[in-house]
Write a protein that binds this ligand. Structure first.
Ligand SMILES: NC(=O)c1ccc[n+]([C@@H]2O[C@H](COP(=O)([O-])OP(=O)(O)OC[C@H]3O[C@@H](n4cnc5c(N)ncnc54)[C@H](OP(=O)(O)O)[C@@H]3O)[C@@H](O)[C@H]2O)c1
Length: 268
């Protein structure tokens, strides 16, 4: 829960008032921070943030190096933080060379559109990295938002981001495959709603396992995890007839289920 006055006195400017930028700027001001300038491509040329505490960069990943190089020609804030998940703080090297402490503040959340309500920060994890002064400010901001944060160093960045795509898009891809199979079987839309509920229950069980200090794989259910070979064989036979293109994925998924089951409940 965002603390209303926790960032009083913090001055910041924003480059990239898009989905993430507009949201984070609203969450910052909700905690008492003061917004100076907010610019996109149009206002970048003149932007100077010297004397301010924070320059927040929420532009598309490919634009970050050019934006950093352009801004480094003029005095800028004490700290610059970008919001990319896959890029590390080194992408802001021109600003670092000009004397700004650089770092990252990546919200592990999907922003389909701006989400300015500070309630939206509840439960969001932030990946922090960079120079000590930049990390300290990033952690202070996350703490003001009542959010969890941890350092995700440069070497871990790419696969941290990939694993996030497994946790979000990967799950939706599997749900979409389940929906497609039900559709090919001629089953009604209620079945898809049933799969969505089933998924929520499975995610809740995985969260419970995590809260109890157990690996997420401890929450695995289904015939593969149970070692019910007869049921698995019937699934594969029916799938070969209806959706053979899904057989390689199904086999890989079963292998991974067994690996995760083994991690969670090692055989003695
Ligand atoms: N969307 C998500 O779910 C999400 C989640 C976590 C992290 N992120 C990260 O957050 C960052 C921003 O993503 P987003 O989805 O918020 O992007 P977005 O909605 O497309 O917004 C991008 C903003 O950057 C501005 N911009 C684009 N090119 C620019 C340039 N060369 N110079 C200055 N401003 C520029 C745009 O304004 P103008 O059009 O006016 O120039 C716009 O306000 C990215 O690093 C992304 O990886 C995104």
């Amino acid at each position: 829960m965002a603390a209303p006055l926790a960032l009083r006195g913090l001055s910041f400017s924003l480059v990239g008032p898009g989905r993430v930028g507009a949201s984070l700027a609203a969450w910052l001001t909700a905690c008492g921070a003061r917004l100076g300038s907010s610019v996109g491509r149009a206002g970048l040329e003149q932007l100077t943030t010297g004397g301010q505490d924070l320059l927040l960069l929420a532009v598309p990943d490919p634009a970050l190096p050019g934006v950093a190089a352009q801004l480094a020609h003029r005095p800028q804030a004490a700290v610059a933080l970008h919001t990319s998940g896959s890029l590390d703080a080194a992408v802001l090297a021109p600003l670092a060379a000009a004397g700004t402490a650089v770092g990252t503040l990546h919200p592990l959340k999907a922003f389909p559109h701006p989400l300015p309500d500070p309630e939206q920060v509840r439960g969001v994890f932030f990946a922090v990295d960079g120079d000590p002064e930049a990390r300290a400010l990033a952690f202070r901001i996350a703490s003001a938002w009542g959010a969890e944060a941890a350092q995700v160093p440069a070497a871990a960045r790419s696969l941290y981001h990939f694993a996030a795509t497994l946790a979000a898009g990967g799950v939706v891809t599997l749900l979409a495959a389940a929906e497609e199979i039900a559709g090919r079987l001629g089953l009604p839309a209620a079945v898809t709603r049933g799969y969505l509920e089933l998924c929520k229950g499975a995610v809740a069980a995985a969260a419970e396992a995590h809260a109890e200090g157990r690996p997420l794989g401890a929450a695995l259910t289904g015939p593969v995890a149970r070692g019910d070979h007869a049921t698995v064989a019937r699934h594969l036979e029916a799938l070969a007839a209806l959706a053979p293109e899904k057989l390689p994925l199904t086999r890989e998924l079963a292998q991974e289920t067994l690996r995760q089951r083994e991690r969670a409940v090692p055989r003695v």
